[in-house]
Design a binder for this molecule. Structure first.
Ligand code: AHR
Length: 677
């Protein structure tokens, strides 16, 4: 029996193939390989059009993915907004330490009487009673600030002079407060220093370029005042000058590069549960995330229990998309809170009161204007003021995340959807089908999508590796005339402490071959979650782990990368006769831009498979250059360990192949042939 996609247990060689090839495969089998297979690709045909944007990424701020992660800010709690609503023992001075140097004496407290902006209510009041060698505050960032010797950093803070001399005294406020800003090691060695003066009662930003003399991983930023008096201080910040693409208020270069290297065709953000957790009216409001950083409204990360500065906001997300050539796919709440909100698992969904819906819908419409409107429009002007006069070209907008499909949800979703399509028919609204691959919300979500004739529906599933192998034909059965599918969150969760095993990565690779084969209806896919900081990880597995200085790539990352870097826009019929192989999957695409034919083969079995590959339709004597990339490891349980060379990583070689050739796919492997025709 011959089947599309993956396996067929009956290994009957009915078709003709080069006798030499069959002999080579037989030899391989007789030399100890137990499995053999035939793989035929209809390479002479033009194939069916598939989504050229199949593989993207989904960024959500969990596991410290944003602050302390992708966002390059090195100071933690820079605006004194940490609060016990985030973690019980947190307060506005969390991660700050009073400094009294060389006989100095004074205090620091939290104030809110004269904030920089109403969205940024708290600041520090530093009082110097005896200056000594300086009284001030120090911050060690996210577990110690990593500094590169010889590299430049932009240190800054906002301040005004509260008073000089003693409180209630008649100090001379025309004398500036002398301040020093230092980078220091944990034991006080000064690595860089700048001096400045603060004069006047207006909030003012002060900046200095600091270049540490040597590399350390546990530095602190220290701000010291050197005269009797008091300063109000806020937005204390430290950024490496070298952010990704050197953007101010930018992204950590190594992490952003790891994302760019996936060649994602789109970026979904900001969540996930993040968009609607925390209860009604606490949804993620994109308007709080744009404009000058000191005017953004920081907030508790209701979904994941820490703090969001919003320094990584909508402008930064869209700019990153532009920088890496990916489409932005923002997600907005559907006018309902998460069904798990308010400490009521499964029963916490609440809808915005109907009288509040028009204003909420206007916020969503304003987002489209902000992204796409002319620089002369109200919201387009704000984008232009941030440095992007040209529209960002938003085309896709997700409404809702994993919602319980209730009447409350449906009513609000429909209102939002109709308002968008009426005003912006060019926008593709992505609907939701609950948190699982099947079940009530899934069925109702899809039924509702069909009723409304939505163009795309978001599916989520975190399932076992075996589930992927058992469901490779899932999308073969989907209605071709219905909404397109966005597999917005998926991952194979292995039994062993949800580790990023090679087994899980290959199951996802097999799934990706089925997404490619069904790329006529599966439009987008994104693994989840994306980023996780060691020591602050709430969810396993993730695609990329990191510390303050290192980035660890998982086997699952390499699978995403191989599919992202070897995507196509036409699918070629690919059939297997899989013999005894139980876990074999393949897909073949054409990348029209390069003209390359790309064949991907996943062997999830513990035995190698000797495969007779035939590119049907090609003249038999033609020789072609191919880049062969193999991702494999010692066994299915293999994982890449932090700080050690990865045991699972791709290896490439260039080969000359002919339209019929033999290839032995190693046990537990993904192989990509990129064939230059
Ligand atoms: O990816 C982690 C979480 O899983 C997302 O926030 C949510 O959408 C899903 O349940």
């Amino acid at each position: 029996m011959r089947r599309h996609l993956h396996l067929s247990r009956s290994h009957t060689k009915t078709r003709t193939g080069a006798a030499i090839l069959v002999a080579a495969v037989c030899l391989a089998v007789s030399m100890g390989h137990t499995n053999a297979a035939d793989l035929t690709i209809q390479a002479g045909q033009s194939g069916k059009p598939i989504s050229p944007n199949l593989v993207g990424i989904f960024f959500e701020d969990l596991n410290y993915a944003a602050d302390g992660g992708l966002y390059a800010e090195l100071i933690q709690n820079r605006s004194f907004e940490y609060s016990p609503t985030e973690q019980p023992d947190w307060h506005p001075l969390e991660f700050w330490e009073l400094q009294k140097r060389g006989g100095g004496d004074g205090s620091v407290s939290v104030a809110n009487m004269r904030p920089i902006h109403e969205n940024n209510p708290h600041y520090a009041l530093l009082q110097v009673r005896t200056p000594g060698e300086g009284v001030g505050i120090a911050n060690g960032g996210f577990g110690g600030i990593p500094l590169q010797g010889g590299e430049a950093y932009e240190a800054s803070f906002w301040a005004y002079q509260a008073f000089m001399g003693i409180m209630w005294g008649r100090g001379d406020n025309s004398i500036p407060m002398r301040v020093s800003l230092r980078l220091e090691t944990a034991d006080g060695e000064v690595l860089a220093e700048a001096r400045m003066e603060i004069l006047g009662r207006q909030w003012r930003k002060v900046s200095a370029r600091l270049t540490p003399t040597r590399t350390v991983n546990d530095a602190r930023l220290v701000l010291l005042a050197h005269a009797q008096g008091a300063l109000c201080i806020d937005m204390v910040s430290l950024f490496p000058e070298k952010t990704f693409r050197n953007r101010p208020n930018g992204l950590r270069a190594d992490l952003a590069q790891a994302l760019a290297d996936l060649n994602p065709r789109f970026v979904r953000f900001p969540g996930g549960c993040l968009v609607h957790a925390g209860g009604i009216r606490r949804y993620y409001n994109w308007k709080d995330t744009i404009g000058p950083v000191e005017q953004r409204r920081a907030r508790p990360n209701h979904a994941w229990g820490y703090h969001q500065t919003m320094g990584l906001g909508y402008f930064e997300y869209f700019q990153f998309c532009k920088d890496i050539g990916a489409k932005p796919v923002p997600i907005v709440a559907a006018g309902v809170s998460c069904q798990h909100a308010g400490h009521s698992p499964g029963r916490g969904q609440e809808g915005l009161p109907m009288e509040e819906m028009p204003a909420y819908i206007q916020d969503v419409l304003d987002l489209i204007e902000w992204a796409n409107g002319p620089a002369t429009s109200k919201w387009g002007a704000k984008r232009a003021a941030a440095g992007q006069p040209e529209p960002f070209g938003l085309k896709y907008l997700g409404v809702g995340n994993e919602e319980a499909i209730t009447p409350v949800f449906k009513e609000r979703f429909q209102m939002i959807y109709e308002a968008i399509t009426e005003k912006h028919p060019e926008i593709v609204v992505i609907g939701t089908s609950g948190p699982f691959a099947g079940g009530e919300d899934f069925d109702n979500g899809w039924a509702f999508a069909k009723e409304l004739k939505l163009e795309m529906v978001d599916e989520h599933y975190y399932v076992s590796p075996q589930w992927f192998w058992d469901n490779l034909d899932r999308y073969d059965r989907y209605d071709r005339n219905s909404a397109k599918v966005y597999v917005g969150e998926y991952a194979a969760h292995d039994r062993d402490r949800r580790r990023n095993t090679l087994r899980s990565a290959l199951a996802e690779a097999a799934g990706l071959t089925s997404f490619e084969r069904n790329g006529d209806i599966v439009h987008f896919t994104s693994y989840a979650p994306l980023l996780a900081r060691r020591g602050h990880t709430q969810w396993h597995p993730d695609l990329i782990y990191f510390t303050g200085t290192e980035v660890f790539l998982t086997p699952n990352y390499y699978v995403q990368q191989l599919f992202g870097q070897n995507s196509g826009d036409r699918y070629l019929e690919t059939t297997f006769e899989a013999g005894n192989a139980k876990k074999l999957a393949a897909s073949s695409v054409i990348d029209s831009e390069s003209g390359d034919l790309i064949v991907k083969i996943v062997n999830g079995d513990g035995e190698p498979v000797a495969i007779a590959i035939r590119l049907a339709g090609f003249a038999s004597d033609v020789a072609m250059k191919a880049v062969k990339t193999v991702l494999t490891g010692p066994d299915a349980d293999a994982v890449n360990r932090d700080g050690e060379p990865p045991v699972v990583k791709p290896a490439s070689s260039t080969e000359t192949i002919r339209p019929s050739f033999a290839y032995t796919a190693p046990a537990h492997s993904l192989t990509v042939f990129r064939i230059h025709r």
